[in-house]
Design a protein around this ligand. Sequence first.
Ligand code: 3PG
Ligand code: MG
Length: 376
Amino acid sequence: MGESHHHIGLPVLEDLPDPSGKNVLLRADFNVPITDGRIDDDLRITAALPTIEWLQERGASVTACSHLGRPDGKPDPKYSMDPVRERLNQLAPGVDLMDNLRFDPGEEANDQGFVDRLVEGFDLYVNDAFGACHRAHASVMGPPARLPSAAGRLLAREVQVLGDLLDRPHRPFVAILGGSKVSSKMGVIEALIDKVDHLAIGGAMCFTFFLAQGKEVGDSLVEPDWVEHCKRFLAGETHHKLMIPTDIVAMGPNEEVQVFPGDIPAGWKGLDIGPETTLHFISPLENAGTILWNGPMGMFEDPRFQEGTVMVAEAVADSHGFSVVGGGDSAAAVAKFGLDLRIDHVSTGGGASLELLEKGDLPGLAALREASNAPK
Ligand code: 3PG
Ligand code: MG
């Protein structure tokens, strides 16, 4: 393992007792997007294969468990694991998969009785569910207190890459953040602003910054409760690192589409960054040493509003710097545009990657560090 302090003490597969002939409980994050019973993107399943193969090659018998969606503590056929089980059988024959963990209210409640039932019959526990490590749920928190435990390969790599990003980025370090809600990104913006050289803010969250700048936003999505916070942030010492959009692609009352520099008129809704902003955002990427991108620049599901996200994705892929794309929508975007293989690290975590960048640790990592076999 590398020297990043973020995972000192995190037990890895080599810290487990000999897995030969043992029953291993593998917590994975197989919370994949599914439409009409079909998996849209199986990155979270393929990403767990190295850990599964490592265990199987050493004679372990592997049973995986995961949540899928938010069924709210009761069985719901809508959140059946069957499509995942079918794909897993193709990719990793011989791995059993439990029912959706969230069919039992004990999972989200971190109920100790549920943990008892979960670990019964298992000798070892491996957590490869990076995307769920920000949730203090039973399957993440409980088993390390009861079984010799380890971080799987995927989890260890995520922690390594995201930890190094904070500790020793190659400069210039450029972050591009998007998404609709400033309320869910402010923590990570504030954590990153001291570490990066440039931080660009796209996506609908830019409109709350527009309000803070005194601009008109028309019918664009805003969070009025956050305007004062954004104002203070814009007035802060680090404001010179911030890049806020200067032009916006908006849709009018009759679905017409137009670019507005500055104010967005009443009746119009901003749905993508404009061409001037896009060039501004991608210009520092050419010479960047490190790039972090999380969150789309606009409503890229609609081709009329995908340009900003496509251009940013391509510039991130073209860059010679070390490129990291945060999970969720931006990972889906690079996959959709066929650019995923040209990104150095596409994270499998959405909320988890943001929380790790923001706080430097996650509940699931802390639980693993407390395992009896963890390095001291
Ligand atoms: C995710 O998709 O972000 C993880 O699987 C966690 O899911 P959750 O947000 O429903 O807890
Ligand atoms: Mg989520």
